[in-house]
Design a binder for this molecule. Structure first.
Ligand code: F0G
Length: 537
């Protein structure tokens, strides 16, 4: 038997992958948009960080005020663990978020907040809550139906007769045959699993539940059996959403009693229990089956793809009609990155739920939150769901300071995100125009930008061909940019030819120049089909 390799214990396979792509470097310090890597001589080499913690550093690494606050909190021995006690700082964050949501969406809310430690955890909290709400509504409907059956039974005893439809359902039997048929039909329908909807290209995390909402089959499929699979609808196609919702529509049967001999045939469920005589009829009630539709206003990990206002308007109309709550995942796009606090508010999106994480912790703390509109809020959720570190004073106070910084000077940071983003986008559009043969597209909003490289599967360079076919061209480009231009860029994991550019609001003109120079050099090299240089270190 071969001896077990004990040289690498912390994700050693990932390390070998990084090594093969030239990405196995150690960063020893971070400040603003710069990460310092350890050089061969042990000294520090600055690298311009355009990855920004996958969107976690809207304020940059170690924003001086955030870092100073963290030091103060530790010095003051602020309790990190005081579960099941009052958390006024969490209340303050929730209040601040409500003010911002109200301002941006026009919805006065309030939204109730449940805190978490990571994006995936907060997404799962939102989905769990939505399922609690759906299940409770379904149970209430079944209870109402049971009452309607009891009422009809009394009416029949008092001389009511069965309608044509009711007699058919009872297959010629009496009222008890009808009640049994209604019960059987409802049991089968109510036992069907709930329906979760998400969009193609979406990313919502990688935990057992949230990975089922993440479209990329490579990361989702192996774990399919562990959670209810969701239905993916094509992003940008409202008719497809409407069709799926229509397909998933189910009704439960109830009974109505009418003294006019006319079936009400409606969903109202309201009949007068005092009526005697009359006609017992069968009515259908829409079963709450749709747990939620989860979406990102700007799809991040799936290739930086903003959803349009027109599409989102239709999505909202369709979901409102079907009573399907919308979970707006602003984990990556939120916190001002696209020029407004919520990316969705710029395109008129209003959610029943919002999820925030990443930059909420100011680039320092692990903070996340899900917000649920009061009209759907279930108080009992707060006793059913918990997480040891969530809502702790340290992370919540850091989140509060982060919100203060974003909101300061009438939202100067949002304007700066839009301005910096516009500048980068314009420069990259210039690169695209000069290199149409190697750049497919440049897109994004604010500081959430993607540059899509052309696939090189048919390249004249065997190296480029091989990299492209192995789906690692973007990573090899990242290795080249790191070593040749001290630039840290990564492709989006579900669209690996798109380089993601998500710096902080602190990025300088000189740094934008550096990024453009590096990307132009990359394009030159691809145009020259120089695979060897892409891999040379
Ligand atoms: N939702 C969105 C929109 C995300 O982009 C991410 C993570 C998550 C949820 C999960 O958050 O990692 O804190 O659990 N996105 C990273 C990325 C991984 O590469 O874009 P998490």
């Amino acid at each position: 038997m071969d001896p077990v390799d004990t040289t690498g214990l912390a994700e050693p396979f990932l390390r070998t992958q990084l090594e093969s792509l030239g990405l196995a470097v150690e960063y020893v310090r971070a400040e603003g948009d710069t990460l310092y890597r350890r050089g061969d001589d042990g000294g520090e080499l600055p690298v311009l960080d355009l990855v920004g913690g996958f969107g976690a550093t809207i304020l940059g690494h170690h924003h001086p005020e955030v870092t100073a606050l963290a030091k103060e909190l530790l010095a003051a021995q602020v309790p990190v663990h005081a579960q099941f006690s009052l958390h006024p700082y969490a209340e303050a964050v929730a209040r601040r978020l409500n003010d911002i949501l109200h301002r941006e969406t026009g919805d006065p809310g309030p939204y109730r907040a449940v805190f978490a430690n990571s994006g995936a955890e907060a997404v799962e909290a939102a989905v769990k809550h939505a399922e609690l709400d759906r299940g409770s509504k379904a149970a209430a409907l079944r209870a109402r139906i049971d009452e309607s059956v009891a009422r009809a039974r009394r009416a029949v005893r008092d001389g009511a007769r069965l309608s044509e439809t009711a007699r058919r359902l009872a297959e010629g039997g009496d009222f008890e045959a009808l009640a049994a048929a209604v019960g059987d039909a409802n049991r089968a329908r109510a036992e069907e699993p709930p329906v979760l909807l998400a969009l193609t290209g979406g990313f919502h995390g990688k935990l057992v539940g949230s990975v089922q909402l993440t479209h990329n089959p490579v990361v989702r499929e192996p774990f399919r059996a562990l959670a209810t699979p969701c239905r993916f609808v094509p992003a940008g196609d409202p008719e497809a959403l409407a069709a799926v919702i229509a397909e998933e529509r189910r009704t439960l049967l109830g009974l109505s009693v009418s003294d006019l001999g006319v079936s009400s045939g409606t969903d109202s469920g309201g009949t007068d229990p005092s009526v005697s005589g009359g006609v017992v009829d069968v009515v259908e009630h829409r079963l709450p089956r749709l747990c939620a539709l989860v979406l990102e206003p700007v799809q991040g990990e799936g290739g930086v793809r903003p959803l349009t206002a027109g599409y989102l308007r239709e999505v909202q109309r369709i979901c409102a009609e079907a009573d399907c709550p919308i979970v707006v995942d602003e984990v990556q796009s939120g916190m001002g990155r696209t020029g407004t606090f919520l990316a969705g508010s710029a395109v008129g999106l209003r959610g029943d739920y919002y999820v925030l994480a990443k930059s909420l912790g100011g680039g320092l703390a692990k903070a996340a939150v899900m917000l649920v509109h009061h009209s759907r809020h279930r108080p009992e959720f707060e006793l059913l769901h918990s997480s040891t570190y969530a809502k702790d004073a340290f992370s919540t106070l850091i989140a509060a300071r982060t919100l203060d910084l974003l909101e300061a000077d009438g939202g100067a940071l949002y304007r700066r995100a839009a301005e910096r983003g516009e500048r980068i986008l314009t420069r990259l559009a210039g690169v695209r125009d000069d290199f149409k043969d190697v750049v497919v597209d440049v897109r994004g909003r604010g500081l959430m930008i993607g540059l899509e490289l052309r696939d090189q599967a048919d390249s004249s360079s065997p190296v480029l061909r091989e990299l492209s076919r192995a789906d690692v061209l973007g990573y090899a480009a990242a290795g080249y940019l790191l070593h040749a231009h001290a630039l840290r860029v990564f492709p989006t994991a579900s669209a690996t030819t798109t380089l993601r550019i998500e710096p902080s609001v602190r990025i300088t003109d000189a740094q934008i120049d550096q990024a453009e120079t590096g990307l132009r050099a990359l394009c030159e090299l691809l145009r020259a089909q120089d695979g060897e240089r892409l891999l040379s270190r």
